[in-house]
Design a binder for this molecule. Structure first.
Ligand SMILES: NC(=O)CC[C@H](N)C(=O)O
Length: 434
């Protein structure tokens, strides 16, 4: 349905651009859904078949960032934008310096299980591109399908909800679809444990404010956004006993992460204790926000098809820092779960943002009377990709940490974190994610 001619630039337009063509394989491919529907097309990635949870994203750009976002772990990612791959894939090697988080994209490599596109661009053109989407998928062992009607798939997923699927490649594509009990459900596993760092590590150790990060599968741009604002960041495994070392830090940050937050109850109990006994600022994004909410006494539930895209409008219900009550911010999102809007809200907490499309809870905060400084947002202020409407929330959080540190003489001003005193044995270079 999407004419192949739309990816052929007239020679006058393409002249002067570095354009490249990646040969596509002729292997057949099929996307099977557990609910019985199948879509047939051509393979352009690795020649292997996978199971996964089939989700769609409405983002029109940043396929490289989405595919490397660890929150997509276990998922077959359907792009609703018809032409994907036209600007290729950049090198993921960041220059080594003190503010380096080690990667250009959102983690070390592709995190989703597979990708589904209507029309993969065989030609790509961008000054930073080093390879085509097809070659990146093949090199990363990630299967991919093109030539399928992604509008029809998306309409199905919107009606029946996120659905377990199988991307079958080659001979598997012509074989019958798997029986419904054969579909693997990634949410039954603790995906966070697969992508969280196994060892603590530090970034920008000379920064002026010491922030601990509980890593549920951090997007690199969250770490960059903290480091670029001069935070000294210590990244900890998701279930690290933070309370045993919390006095070394001026603030705590909880990252995004894949799967069901119910798999992370260990982190919920650690945080519950932190919130009861510690008054320093705490900020969480997406999975981090869900963990904060659960520790505060709210319930998390699974949405029908979640929110994945870069144009989700959220209404601020309260003012804090750069955020003004009554304003609508356009946000980047990738989530399947959300916090339930309870009435009344747990004591000491209030809703912070609400989604303008589906009224889901998009943020919570501690009330000013509570004496706490805690925020969680369901959306991604760090973007990558998406709009930067709420990026200053990182500055707000670090400003609060600096203020608290300045006002409380008992905070560890001048204490140098002796990493060896609490870190496990670790390799020389620890990856941001598995
Ligand atoms: N981006 C995220 O952190 C996603 C959180 C959680 N895995 C969800 O789907 O709701």
């Amino acid at each position: 349905m999407f004419a192949r001619s739309i990816i052929r630039l007239p020679t006058t337009l393409s002249r002067g651009f570095a354009t490249h063509t990646g040969p596509l394989s002729a292997l057949p491919a099929a996307l099977h859904l557990k609910t019985g529907q199948s879509f047939h097309g051509r393979s352009f990635g690795s020649p292997r078949s996978v199971f996964g949870e089939t989700v769609f994203s409405t983002s029109i750009t940043s396929y490289t960032e989405s595919m490397t976002d660890p929150s997509y772990r276990g998922q077959i990612l359907v792009f609703t934008t018809p032409l994907i791959g036209n600007y290729g894939v950049p090198s993921n090697n960041a220059p080594i310096n003190s503010q380096d988080v080690g990667v250009v994209l959102e983690s070390q490599g592709i995190q989703c299980s597979a990708v589904v596109v209507a029309d993969v661009a065989e030609k790509f053109s961008h000054h930073s591109a080093v390879e085509s989407l097809a070659s990146w998928c093949r090199r990363s062992n990630i299967p991919a399908i093109t030539g399928v009607d992604t509008r029809a798939i998306t309409r199905l997923l919107r009606d029946q909800g996120t659905t377990l699927g199988r991307l079958a490649i080659g001979a598997d594509a012509s074989a019958p679809a798997p029986a419904s009990e054969q579909y693997w459900d990634p949410t039954t596993e603790n995906l966070v444990d697969q992508v969280s760092t196994k060892y603590p590590y530090q970034l920008n150790p000379t920064g002026d404010i010491k922030i601990a990060v509980l890593d549920f599968g951090a997007k690199a741009n969250i770490l960059r956004s903290l480091v670029r604002r001069n935070a000294a960041v210590t990244v900890l495994p998701w279930n690290y006993d933070f309370n045993s070392i919390r006095d070394k830090f001026d603030g705590l940050f909880l990252t995004n992460g894949p799967g069901n937050p119910g798999q992370c109850m260990e982190a919920v109990s650690i945080l519950r204790k932190t919130l009861q006994e510690w008054n320093k600022p705490v900020f969480g994004i997406c999975m981090g926000h869900q963990i904060i909410g659960m520790a505060a006494g709210l319930e998390a539930y699974r949405m029908t098809f979640g929110n994945r895209g870069h144009n989700q409008p959220v209404l601020a219900l309260a003012s804090a820092g750069s955020i003004k009550a009554g304003r609508v911010y356009v946000t980047s999102q990738n989530h399947q779960y959300a916090l339930k809007l309870s009435d009344p809200f747990p004591q000491g907490w209030e809703p912070f943002f609400i989604n303008c499309n589906d009224s889901s809870v998009e943020g919570i905060k501690s009330t000013s009377e509570s004496g706490k400084r805690v925020w969680g947002v369901q959306f991604h202020p760090e973007s990558a990709g998406g709009p930067l409407d709420t990026i200053e929330m990182f500055t707000d959080f670090l400003d609060e940490c600096r203020l608290y540190k300045a006002e409380n003489v008992k905070t560890p001003v001048g204490i140098t974190i002796d990493a060896a005193s609490f870190m496990m044995e670790q390799p020389a270079r620890v990856q941001v994610s598995a």
